[in-house]
Design a binder for this molecule. Structure first.
Ligand SMILES: [Zn+2]
Length: 134
């Protein structure tokens, strides 16, 4: 059992992480106007429709931005600073907060091409993370 905070597996988030557990990255896509959305939510921000499908992502995106947090804000992360949360913009246009594994902060760059990898952190929770791609 991880001592680190994990996503709450409820509602639409449980559906999102259920796909991640199967090593599938899917995002909601509006059935009315085809707009992708993330984080999971009930209605489309573009047209307001409630109907959607979970569509497979390409798994590919680019680094949009990141920060280097040299001081941990949670005791579970105190032993391994710095934490480097990265915002990845997927080819589908949605963005997610994640990590780029095996990439020191000084090698991150805006626009760096990345692809999804899956980190099975517990039996129930798999986090989508990213690695550099050519
Ligand atoms: Zn829509």
């Amino acid at each position: 059992m991880s001592a680190r905070p994990l996503p709450q597996l409820t509602g639409l988030s449980a559906e999102f992480y259920g796909f991640c557990k199967r090593h599938e990255l899917r995002f909601q896509r509006c059935a009315a106007c085809a707009t992708w959305r993330h984080v999971p939510r009930e209605r489309c921000a573009a047209c307001g429709a409630a109907e959607f499908r979970w569509e497979p992502s390409s798994g590919r995106g680019r680094v949009y931005t990141w920060i280097v947090a040299n001081r941990s804000m949670h005791p579970a992360f105190a032993s391994d600073p710095p934490q480097v949360p990265v915002v990845v913009e997927m080819d589908e246009g949605v963005r997610l907060v994640t990590q780029v594994v095996d990439c020191p902060p000084e090698e991150l760059a805006i626009g760096l091409p990345v692809e999804v990898v899956y980190d099975d952190v517990t039996a129930d929770v798999t986090l989508p993370k990213f690695r550099r791609r050519a």
